[in-house]
Design a protein around this ligand. Structure first.
Ligand code: DGY
Length: 332
């Protein structure tokens, strides 16, 4: 058999068709650590002399990893839409292409944001527990698990981009008023089509009944939600985070929940994942917590796998990647 042209390291066993697709053209090593991501040392060792790395958001790909890979490295293909785990500037400097899975997960993530909105406001998890733990004693009860309305309320969206807009469309179906804040450019299409109203960040936190986060994580959005704006929120409002944990200062959030500045949170993401066992959020009642499953539908993860493989192979074959995070990169 002819030796394969390129050598690729894949940091997790991701869904088909990615691995068979890449294996047809490349010699592939798939990390095998019983479901956990590689440790830093395992990663540094495994990337040596690779032409391409297919990583997930659990892998920090910085200058040290690029150094360890060496000068063969041409592409870092992330099996994710967020690219905050990759030092893109450093990759660009070295002529390495960084690719991602674009808007494939948009609708699935918006669905999950809405699931959290409904779960936290209507006490879905408490209801489920009451029934399955056999603590539901007297049938229908006028006072049982009274929650908050969703329809007719105001949703405040931080980052009305692709996922934010998909959430806004769902919110319109629930007769909600949509207000939003974008740091850089307004979403005129959503304003015209869905009546979304652009407001400043202060007004957004003050007027939202549900504040849903959909911006990407970067130096501007790190700890964007903190003590000062949590203190301005309505006492009966909720925060939903399906974006990145570090957008919220978690210590401040815990304080806000304990002191009832807000009514509750629905979180799919955390500052540290998984959260440490003594994280106070784990014991709180006014929370719904999920293990970062925004994109976790079979179809979405399958499409993400296909796109991650195509991105990687396209770059190696000197074709255009489907989703490129650093279009300014120069092929040497
Ligand atoms: C992403 O892709 O960035 C999501 O957070 C996980 O699929």
């Amino acid at each position: 058999m002819k030796p394969k042209k390129w050598s690729v390291y894949i940091t997790r066993r991701i869904l088909d068709p990615a691995i068979p697709m890449i294996s047809r053209e490349c010699s592939v090593i798939v990390a095998n650590h019983r479901g956990r991501p590689p440790t830093r040392n395992e990663l540094l060792k495994a990337v040596r002399d690779k032409d391409a790395i297919l990583c997930t958001l659990s892998d920090i790909i910085d200058a040290k990893v690029m150094d360890a890979a060496g000068s063969n490295l041409k592409v870092i293909s992330s099996y994710s839409t967020g690219t905050d785990h990759i030092d893109i500037k450093e990759a660009t400097k070295r002529g390495i292409f960084v690719t991602f899975t674009g808007d494939i997960l948009t609708e699935a993530t918006a669905d999950l944001a809405f699931a959290l909105i409904l779960a936290i406001s209507r006490q879905i998890t408490q209801g489920h527990e009451l029934v399955t733990l056999k603590r539901w004693k007297y049938g229908w009860d006028p006072h049982l698990l009274l929650g908050s309305d969703v329809h007719g309320m105001t949703i405040g969206i931080v980052g009305l981009g692709r996922i934010g807009s998909a959430v806004a469309r769902r919110a319109k179906g629930f007769d909600m008023d949509v207000i939003y804040h974008n740091r850089h450019s307004r979403n005129i299409q959503m304003e015209e089509q869905f009546g979304a109203k652009h407001v400043d960040m202060d007004q957004l936190v003050e007027e939202s009944d549900f504040l849903s986060l959909h911006c990407s994580l970067n130096s501007e959005s790190y700890h964007l939600i903190n003590e000062s704006n949590l203190g301005r929120m309505k006492n009966d409002s909720y925060i939903i985070n399906t974006a990145r944990g570090q957008i919220i200062n978690e210590a401040h959030l815990i304080k806000a929940l304990k002191q009832r500045w807000i009514a509750g949170v629905g979180l799919d993401v955390f500052e540290k994942e998984p959260p440490s066992p003594n994280n106070p959020l784990l014991k709180m009642k006014n929370v719904v917590l999920l293990p970062h499953i925004g994109s976790a539908t079979f179809l979405t993860r399958t499409k993400m796998a296909e796109v991650a493989a195509k991105n990687l192979l396209n770059v190696l074959n000197r074709k255009t990647a489907i989703y490129l995070a650093n279009p300014e990169v120069n092929r040497g």
